[in-house]
Unconditional design. Structure first.
Length: 269
């Protein structure tokens, strides 16, 4: 077993200003996604330019941050915000919903597409692999902040927190939602696929991975289990992703519409 080292969430501070691991990890995730998108756009046959990537990265960053915070308020922190409204603004203290970030990011991508003359489906497909790095760094930030721990366990790889061995559910999610999800979607999108197939695959895989980890993750204290003594809010939020992703993926191959992200993409095989 591994004893949690109680990492200071503040990297360094200068007077009242503090640089936190949580914020740094978000910056790394956004910049990493931008870098990967630039590489993908530079490939022969891509219909995306470096300027397109710069613009969509900005839109996505705003959508993820705003959506993540609004999602946390609506899904998990509404009681805290009602009691202390200014809590909604203190984003540096943590409190981000990945489901809210996903919704905000998708809305931002759709807005980008409408204002840049691209099809929404193509824009969503292009950025599909990119959030994985942010999901990875975000979960590492949760681990550093010592939040969102898993249930008590006696498995050999448990992390001892305040004397209690627990599942490091943040690291499970970092591996599944970050590394594994990125590998699946990045590999899948290395060649043209039917329109909306990458988006559907991403939604399906993220939903399944998150749903599975919820079984070993402690539910939020202000939510608990919502039904049957085991269903969490995170699992309920994942169900539309799983069903919607499966539907989009199957529909994409049934319609077989070519992707607009590649020149002369043909049938999208």
């Amino acid at each position: 077993m591994f004893i949690y080292p109680n990492i200071d969430p503040i990297i360094f501070s200068v007077g009242p200003l503090a640089v936190r691991w949580y914020g740094l990890m978000y910056v790394i995730g956004i910049l990493g996604g931008w870098f990967l998108a630039r590489r993908r756009a530079a490939l022969p046959g891509s219909t995306w330019t470096a300027l397109h990537v710069d613009d969509v990265a900005f839109f996505c960053a705003m959508g993820l941050i705003l959506g993540g915070r609004i999602g946390w308020v609506l899904f998990y922190g509404i009681e805290e915000v009602i009691h202390e409204p200014v809590r909604a603004l203190r984003i540096w203290e943590g409190g981000m919903s990945f489901h809210g970030g996903i919704i905000g990011g998708m809305i931002a991508v759709a807005w980008f597409a409408r204002t840049r003359g691209k099809r929404v489906a193509d824009a969503l497909d292009f950025v599909a692999p990119m959030p994985a790095l942010g999901l990875f760094t975000g979960r590492i930030a949760n681990f550093i902040n010592s939040e969102l721990w898993g249930k008590p366990t006696d498995v050999p790889w448990a992390v001892v927190v305040d004397g209690v061995p627990r599942h490091a559910s943040q690291l499970y999610e970092a591996f599944l939602e970050g590394i594994v999800l990125f590998f699946i979607v990045w590999t899948f999108t290395r060649k043209p696929r039917p329109q909306l197939a990458p988006t559907g695959l991403w939604l399906l895989c993220y939903g399944v991975f998150r749903f599975a980890v919820e079984f070993v993750r402690e539910p939020d204290t202000n939510r608990g289990y919502l039904m049957w003594g085991w269903v969490t809010e995170g699992q309920l939020l994942c169900l539309p992703m799983i069903l919607g992703g499966l539907y989009l993926f199957m529909r994409a191959y049934r319609l077989n519409r070519p992707s607009g992200n590649y020149l002369m993409s043909g049938s999208g095989r």
